[in-house]
Design a protein around this ligand. Structure first.
Ligand SMILES: [Zn+2]
Length: 424
């Protein structure tokens, strides 16, 4: 047993003791406050509050005047938080009065009945366990021609991260890459990627757009990128976001979406923060491995999309700065995103905000959209926040999986048409 194994063994023991055999992290009495800054002054104020309360869990950061800020606060911190966030005229409302109640309701709605999984009985309208998703990937790839499993990277805990590789035409060399589940608690993201895979493959041959997308590109689609975190969010802590690196001397977890190597270094240095950036760029095996994998395609890589939730945003680089730093592809990224959004919108009438990640949302260094564009050189590099706008947040009911997938599928077809027109 090497030092690393020893540390990991010790870590498992600690976890077991902390939560007990049936233990789960509980959120009794945790509230989610919603605060909507109405002026530039109030927005700055809220950004200052977020900076001071670095280890609080901001579900939605302060970004723009009129856009709500959602923050989860433990019972012990509530009084101090409200005091510190208050200022005359600024309204602080309680959106979720007890996060645990919401988690319990969600758990009650999720009835897991089918144990044996194959592509025929897999339930696409559920938030499935990773084990079920893996079994489905395995079965789906062996039952469809041109579909195989490909290892993209490895997790901290040693899980192999697989994508489904859809290669219908042997002559296709260009590659389109999509990943879900980099943030553990954003469960609609893996569910959407899974549904997209199924929709792409089942409409091949009958839908002209999908057929040409699949004939002209190799699609690599990863449903669950952060496997360790996803499992942990199901078993121990519904609100887990990061990976499961135990981080010597501090809280566990690195935010994989602050750990990529383009302009790394401006996110949190606190191991207990939700956006802890890690000890250096690509310190996490998930990210260093996937970079090597994606780099191997060189300039054939034509699309990079990273799905998250929630908020309904379709965002392009740069993300690392709040300033509008010019780059030559911004207009094209924006124009395509607007077309994609129109298609999304036409399905169920849901609006997705289109914009530049840093200036229009909030700056975050080491993020995926900058990695795709800045490190990998992919022009069409996007980070997408799926449903909803803040009614259910991370706990989007399972009945919304299908409509989310339907609208994103429509958006992806518009995007795919552009890829075919430009590169095929
Ligand atoms: Zn996310």
């Amino acid at each position: 047993m090497g030092v690393v194994q020893l540390l990991r063994f010790a870590f498992v023991v600690v976890i077991t003791c902390q939560f007990g055999a049936h233990g789960k992290v509980r959120y009794d009495g945790y509230k989610v406050f919603r605060i909507t800054p109405r002026t530039q002054d109030e927005l700055k104020w809220m950004q200052g509050v977020a900076d001071r309360w670095e280890t609080l869990d901001f579900w939605k950061h302060p970004t723009k005047v009129g856009r709500p800020v959602d923050v989860m606060v433990s019972p012990a911190q509530q009084l101090d938080f409200v005091r510190s966030a208050s200022r005359p005229g600024l309204e602080i409302t309680t959106w979720i009065s007890n996060v645990q109640d919401m988690i319990d309701r969600e758990a009650a709605e999720m009835i897991n009945s089918k144990n044996e999984v194959n592509a025929a009985n897999f339930d696409y309208n559920k938030y499935n366990t990773y084990e079920k998703i893996f079994a489905w990937m395995n079965d789906f790839s062996s039952s469809h021609s041109g579909v195989s499993m490909v290892q993209v990277t490895t997790t901290y805990e040693g899980e192999r991260v697989y994508g489904l590789r859809i290669a219908k035409s042997p002559s296709a060399t260009n590659v389109a890459y999509i990943q879900g589940g980099i943030h553990a608690r954003e469960w609609v993201s893996p569910a959407t990627v899974i549904n997209l895979i199924n929709m792409f493959v089942s409409n091949y041959g009958s839908d002209d757009t999908v057929t040409s997308m699949l004939d002209n590109f190799v699609w690599i689609m990863v449903p669950v990128y952060n496997i360790d975190g996803y499992k942990f969010s199901r078993i121990e802590d519904r609100m887990w976001r990061k990976n499961r690196n135990p981080n010597t001397g501090g809280c566990a977890g690195v935010d994989l979406n602050r750990n990529y190597d383009y302009e790394w270094g401006g996110a949190s240095k606190s191991k207990c923060a939700q956006d802890y950036q890690g000890t250096e760029a690509l310190s996490e095996p998930e990210n260093s491995g996937s970079k090597a994998f994606l780099q191997s395609f060189g300039s054939n890589l034509k699309l990079f999309i990273d799905f998250h939730s929630y908020g309904q945003y379709w965002l392009y680089p740069w993300g690392y700065t709040r300033f509008d730093v010019a780059h030559p592809d911004k207009d094209e990224q924006n124009a395509l995103a607007i077309k994609v959004e129109n298609s999304i919108n036409s399905v169920h009438n849901k609006n997705y905000f289109v914009g530049e990640s840093g200036p229009d949302m909030y700056p975050a260094t080491g993020g995926s959209e900058d990695f795709g564009y800045g490190s990998l050189g992919v022009k069409y590099s996007y980070v997408v926040e799926l449903r909803d706008e803040g009614t259910f947040g991370f706990e989007l009911p399972e009945r919304q999986i299908q409509p989310t997938a339907e609208e994103i599928y429509a958006g992806m077809k518009t995007l795919g048409q552009q890829l075919v027109a430009e590169y095929a």
